[in-house]
Design a protein. Structure first.
Length: 301
């Protein structure tokens, strides 16, 4: 009869310790998120409301944003991923597939541009104006009048060499002729260059835009162009030189911080448990195990 109470205590003490440890940790895990909002009784706010994470949500959002932006999604980490052999091979395969699917493409560049912008004609006019301006600017920089005048002087000198006119064609005369020719040509280009160049440029631009995408691919490949290699080089150069500036403009930490702050606490809780459910459950069960051990110790000591 004296042994019975000892046996009951031996069972109940660890059991009670297990239950207390389990539910204490369960409550602690729940209090990470619950309650979502502060509970007030008049002017008094109940302690530990809202939960730990809702209360420190702005600070948590800022910390996560900085951690992701400065330690995880760094320029070096993204470059390593975007320029890896696997990524380049995948992009190259996609380019090959696109080329195979578009060699017979009968859609004109004009129609393609119009489908994206809805204003192909106005863009063609703008491109023509820009090209015309560049041509006339380069013509002025190159000094077309001077070049033509020099060639005229050279031809006159060659043609009069060994003739009676040779003595009359002096350097001063050629310089005078050259100056008049140069001024006349430069003046003519300045006055009439636009009306001469613009229609030609617009006509050639229109012809180019009427070509089909497929014919341009085939023509480029026929002339030995490595389209796949060219696109990959552009991609590598863009990632290597432009990624840092792009990340600064995107400001990943600020985006993540704003996104977390805008999320509902229930959504954050569900997201956290979807990622760390096993770990949080382990903490709860660990409380039960520790409670069980402490219950045994209370019996032994």
């Amino acid at each position: 009869m004296l042994l019975m109470p000892f046996q009951i205590e031996f069972i109940t003490a660890p059991l009670i310790g297990t239950v207390i440890g389990y539910f204490t940790n369960y409550l602690a895990v729940k209090m990470l998120f619950r309650p979502y909002n502060p509970i007030k009784i008049g002017r008094f706010t109940l302690p530990f409301t809202p939960g730990i994470i809702p209360k420190g949500k702005p600070r948590l959002a800022s910390a996560i944003g900085k951690a992701v932006g400065s330690s995880l999604l760094t320029e070096e980490a993204l470059q390593e991923t975007l320029l890896s052999e696997e990524m380049l091979e995948s992009i190259g395969t996609s380019i090959d597939s696109w080329l195979d699917n578009n060699r017979d493409n009968s859609t004109s560049l004009r129609a393609l541009l119009d489908s994206f912008t809805g204003s192909a004609d106005s863009m063609i006019d703008g491109a023509s104006d820009l090209i015309t301006e560049k041509i006339l600017k380069k013509a002025d920089e190159f000094g077309i009048g001077r070049i033509v005048a020099e060639q005229v002087s050279r031809v006159i000198r060659e043609k009069t060499q060994g003739t009676m006119l040779q003595m009359m064609v002096t350097d001063n005369l050629l310089e005078n002729i050259s100056g008049h020719v140069s001024s006349a040509i430069d003046g003519y280009i300045a006055e009439h260059g636009d009306e001469l160049v613009r229609p030609k440029v617009k006509d050639e631009t229109a012809k180019f835009m009427d070509r089909t995408g497929g014919s341009m691919i085939v023509s480029a490949e026929k002339h030995g162009a490595d389209i796949r290699g060219m696109i990959l080089k552009i991609y590598i150069r863009a990632v290597s030189s432009g990624l840092g500036g792009a990340l600064e403009k995107i400001n990943i930490p600020a985006i993540i911080e704003k996104k977390i702050n805008s999320m509902d606490m229930k959504e954050i809780e569900e997201l956290t448990f979807s990622v760390m459910k096993k770990e949080l459950d382990a903490i709860v069960w660990l409380g039960g195990v520790i409670g069980f051990i402490l219950g045994l110790f209370n019996l032994l000591f």
